[in-house]
Design a protein around this ligand. Structure first.
Ligand SMILES: [Fe+2]
Ligand SMILES: [Fe+2]
Length: 372
């Protein structure tokens, strides 16, 4: 069993100095190498014995789409979108006293600049996360011992290539700036890729990173008034729902064979991933780019009255999926306690993605609508 310090590098999950001590030191590099330690596994058992994975594989083959078919000629006015979205509206005066903070003299111009940067940053992190998924899923093709899972994972590799393609194109053609990968997201992706246990790739990527992405895409998809982004996110989400379901269906079977000690290691990894993703949403690089004192800004951000709702909402897919996998309550409910501390436990009985993925297939719905 590890201490909190060993798991996340600090004793207090909200220690801002420790969070800010993690920085991306490679922002000017064009490549980043991580040593993958898992073995590539051939299987000579070609019998397709896992029906749920076969169904998912079939669905993936028929619900492919082409990035080229999105309405790329849409004219995107980023300022108008930023105003309409109001990702952050300045923690309105009635709710928070900004006197003595870096924001005390901010007016509409500064908040507009912030909202534009926040959008550039958010889409950039989606892009980097998608590349993480591309790499992790290619790794799963090699490392998972089951033929049905190798087949399915190969379709996900194609999906993730398409996701990298659409976010990259949206950023370069429609937005106004690109951000390097967030330090906390990078640390998490590195840990996932480096782990030598094949199921940890699934837990880190399919359950945690993609579970969060599914919730975050859903949130942005509902909020945005920009039609190209709305459609792009609807289609990406259709794929992501399958990816998370792939994680749930595979790990459900595998975890049934693990010892209590091995399950505890998975709980700790899930907690570490949750904290990294929570840290990433502090957007430290945005404050830096805007020339604001980052720590002073974060002191305000963490007290934003909307923040607990927003952050916890990001876990609305992760928590029920962890519950379905038995991770919440194993080892005397260790993960349940941690998720209670970081205030995300309330989602435990929401629908899990192993059940929900088919209803999120917007690509199939559009095709049925078009041929009707
Ligand atoms: Fe993706
Ligand atoms: Fe994905």
């Amino acid at each position: 069993m590890s201490s909190t310090e060993e798991m996340i590098g600090r004793q207090d999950v909200d220690d801002l100095d420790a969070i800010l001590a993690v920085t991306n030191t490679e922002v000017t590099e064009t490549a980043h190498a991580v040593r993958a330690n898992a073995e590539a596994i051939f299987t000579w058992d070609y019998e397709q014995s896992r029906k749920p994975l076969q169904r998912l594989y079939d669905k993936a083959k028929t619900s492919q789409w082409n990035a080229r078919d999105l309405p790329w000629d849409t004219d995107v006015d980023q300022e108008a979108v930023a105003v309409a979205n109001q990702i952050q509206n300045g923690w309105g005066d009635e709710r928070m006293d900004l006197t003595g903070t870096p924001f005390q003299n901010w007016g509409d111009k500064e908040w507009l600049a912030y909202n534009i940067e926040a959008q550039n940053w958010t889409l950039s992190q989606f892009l980097h996360g998608e590349q993480g998924a591309l790499i992790c899923t290619a790794q799963i093709v090699e490392t998972v011992p089951w033929i049905d899972a190798k087949y399915y994972a190969s379709t996900q590799v194609m999906d993730e290539a398409r996701h990298v393609e659409v976010f990259s194109r949206y950023l370069s053609e429609k937005l106004s700036g690109f951000y390097p990968i967030n330090a906390h997201l990078k640390m998490l992706l590195d840990d996932i890729v480096a782990d030598n246990r094949w199921d940890m790739t699934y837990l880190g990527m399919q359950i945690m990173v993609e579970g969060l992405a599914l919730a975050a895409f859903g949130f942005m998809q509902q909020m945005t008034t920009e039609p190209l982004l709305k459609k792009l996110l609807r289609y990406v989400m259709s794929d992501e729902a399958r990816h998370v379901a792939f994680g749930v269906l595979s790990l459900k079977e595998y975890y049934a064979e693990l010892s209590a000690a091995e399950i505890r290691e998975r709980q700790e990894f899930a907690f570490e991933a949750a904290v990294r993703m929570r840290d990433r949403f502090l957007q430290q690089e945005v404050w830096e780019r805007l020339g604001v004192d980052v720590k002073e800004a974060l002191k305000v951000v963490v007290h934003d009255p909307d923040r607990p709702l927003f952050t916890s909402m990001l876990f609305s897919k992760i928590v029920p999926n962890c519950k379905k996998l038995g991770l919440l309550d194993a080892a005397d409910g260790w993960l349940r306690k941690r998720f209670t501390e970081i205030e995300v436990i309330q989602f435990e009985d929401w629908v899990d993605t192993g059940e929900e993925y088919a209803t999120l297939d917007e690509v199939a719905k559009d095709r049925a609508g078009a041929s009707a």
